[in-house]
Design a binder for this molecule. Structure first.
Ligand code: HEC
Length: 153
């Protein structure tokens, strides 16, 4: 009886531990997926600015809307402790500085949100306005990547 109970306890503990590690991998996947969404929308806008695709005001506004929608996503859970590139080498490029410098991240995040707001005001108007706003927004992406994202895995 006692043996059976111990076994039950062991089984109950084992999956919990395994799930925990798997959960952190899922968090990193979700985080990188979130940023891939930014990249996909930004990429489509950059392509219009460069003339690789024709400027289309409605489409540009659509990508700008997507980016704006994503600024309201609460990312707290995507930055679970234990998910930096020091904790999970090869899986993420998120530098430990993110967890150590909340104020700095906040500042970069605010600059980014403001640039998305600006983009939203002009994306559908014309290509020259779009180009300016996309360049500004790109600067805020880079601003955060320079400080908080490793160059390589
Ligand atoms: C506040 C900081 C911050 C801002 C602003 C930011 N990023 Fe990032 N981005 C990161 C971090 C950190 C990572 C690394 C995530 C990881 O590897 O876990 C990342 C990763 C990425 C990736 C790679 C995703 C992958 O598959 O690993 C892309 C693409 C990306 N960002 C695009 C953008 C674009 C485009 C913008 C602006 C429109 C932007 N980011 C704005 C912090 C930021």
């Amino acid at each position: 009886m006692r043996k059976a109970l111990l076994l039950t306890a062991a089984l109950a503990t084992l999956p919990a531990t395994a799930t925990f590690a798997a959960d952190l991998e899922e968090v990193v996947k979700a985080r990188r997926g979130f940023y891939s969404l930014l990249g996909a929308n930004m990429g489509a806008l950059v392509s219009m600015v460069k003339g690789e695709t024709d400027y289309d005001g409605a489409a540009a506004q659509g990508y700008a809307d997507n980016l704006k929608l994503l600024t309201s996503y609460n990312m707290g859970h995507l930055y679970a402790p234990g998910t930096s590139n020091a904790d999970m080498p090869g899986k993420t490029r998120a530098l430990p500085a993110i967890w150590e410098d909340g104020a700095g991240v906040q500042e970069k995040g605010m600059a980014y949100v403001q640039a998305v707001e600006k983009l939203n005001e002009v994306a559908g108007l014309d290509k020259a306005e779009l180009a300016k706003a996309v360049q500004e927004l790109g600067g805020t992406c880079k601003g955060c990547h320079d400080d908080y994202r490793a160059k390589d895995f």
